[in-house]
Design a binder for this molecule. Sequence first.
Ligand SMILES: [Zn+2]
Length: 206
Amino acid sequence: MDTNLIPAEGLSAGAFPLILTLDMHGVPHRWISWQHACYYYAKDQVAWGQGERAFTVHGGMNRMTGERSEISASSIIAIKGKAMAMKSFSQVPPLNNRELFHRDRQICAYCGGMFPIPRLTRDHIIPFSRGGKDMWMNVVTACRMCNEKKSDRTPETARMELIYLPYVPNRAEYLILTNRRILVDQMEFLAQHVPAQSRLHQKAAQ
Ligand SMILES: [Zn+2]
């Protein structure tokens, strides 16, 4: 494959959306860059593409034919091979503040206020000191004030009731949480794989 790939229409690389990959079962797997997508296309590892076309890249001229190489990639592509089989889908996604705050829609679980990210904290419902673990089911988003007020106590002893419950995002939801520039067709596809009780659906319904 040519190394001098240039995005079509003079767009900079940063202007391209990420491409959503699926495994051979059609299960969402991960986000990749357009360069990575080109690699899969060039290696003939794309089983099928769905969704609207995301971009076209032009390579160099073929000296034999005088034709310019070109790859058109779909916004959602399934990658051949068993390497990507289901295992990643069943794994619990890593816990990060960014995704936690998005899971909870930046709403404090105690006062119900909505806050900018710098004013949010990760609250352990059952504190570390009482055997609480650092996992999705034991953490909620809390504003700094509520977190300090609750301190090293459980919600019961602090008399601070949770206004929503924690949950573990599945793979599709996690993919939504980690990409701020999702295309409409990618979002529609991922939303079908998000459990009905997810707060993402509440967001969409509002
Ligand atoms: Zn609060």
